[in-house]
Design a protein. Structure first.
Length: 271
């Protein structure tokens, strides 16, 4: 079984409608290249360098206009579309959720993931305005028998989270990001993406924002760690093919998932 996938790299700003319009052209390009699954960056709906009250003010519910627009794009181009939005606080709460939502080619929502590991590092405090996602079963969806799981940006630095996705049966890890630029950050990003692919024997499709608020270098990596497609620091689309026969060969040669001797946590918080 093969499935075409694409990662979209662009620079969303502070107008959700303009961001949706920009994303539409990239989704068109991806679909014309044969992609059935298209992955856009974290915070595709609204992006700033430092999170503050503007993010709370712009937040939308899960069935709001931005996600309705994403559903329409998925249906228009006949693809599964994953993108990041700023989700309104739950009733009685003040902090928003950093949420990924996946829609299918019929426009229906097929998966939702709320970022678990918040970016409280490198001088940033995402937790000031964002609530950590609940520790629940991994968010996955299937396309022609290929299982896709989701993580977000800083989650990449926590291998146990990505392992939970693989242990849940994912063949492909989708990772939207706004990887903030800085010294050695691109090297860390690319190293971690390849490591997560190799250690879990999964494909990794990582869609980053580009300059000025992201480091770029979006890429698709195969389960042996080979980079199949990558972008630099400009907007664009990269495509590749997920091949389950190749995945099976890699997992036969390197059966690390079946050989592991430690179980995965049931999701309870670390003490």
């Amino acid at each position: 079984m093969t499935v075409g996938i694409a990662v979209v790299q662009f620079a969303p700003g502070t107008d959700p409608e303009i961001n949706l319009s920009s994303l539409r052209e990239h989704v068109r390009t991806a679909a014309e290249a044969g992609a059935r699954v298209v992955v856009a960056p974290e915070y595709s709906m609204f992006a700033v360098t430092r999170l503050d009250e503007r993010v709370v003010a712009i937040a939308q519910p899960l069935d709001g206009p931005f996600t309705s627009g994403l559903a329409a794009l998925a249906a228009e181009f006949g693809v599964f579309l994953v993108a990041g939005l700023v989700e309104s606080p739950s009733p009685g709460a003040t902090r928003i959720s950093n949420t990924l939502v996946a829609h299918g080619p019929d426009g229906a929502r097929v998966a939702v993931y709320r970022k678990v590991h918040l970016y409280d590092a490198f001088g940033h405090l995402e937790s000031d305005v964002v609530a950590a996602g609940p520790l629940v079963a991994p968010a996955t969806f299937a396309v022609d028998g290929v299982v896709f799981g989701m993580q977000t940006c800083f989650d990449l630095r926590f291998p146990e989270g990505c392992r939970r996705v693989a242990a849940a049966g994912a063949h492909v890890l989708l990772l939207p990001a706004q990887w903030i630029p800085g010294p050695a950050k691109v090297d860390q990003w690319t190293t971690l993406l390849r490591a997560r692919a190799i250690e879990n024997t999964v494909y990794v499709a990582a869609a980053d924002q580009c300059a000025p608020r992201g480091a770029g270098s979006s890429m698709i990596v195969d389960p042996a760690g080979t980079v199949l497609a990558e972008l630099g620091d400009e907007p664009g689309v990269a495509t590749a093919t997920v091949d389950t026969a190749h995945l099976a060969r890699v997992r036969t040669a390197n059966p690390s998932l079946s050989l592991r001797r430690f179980t995965i946590s049931d999701g309870s918080a670390a003490e």
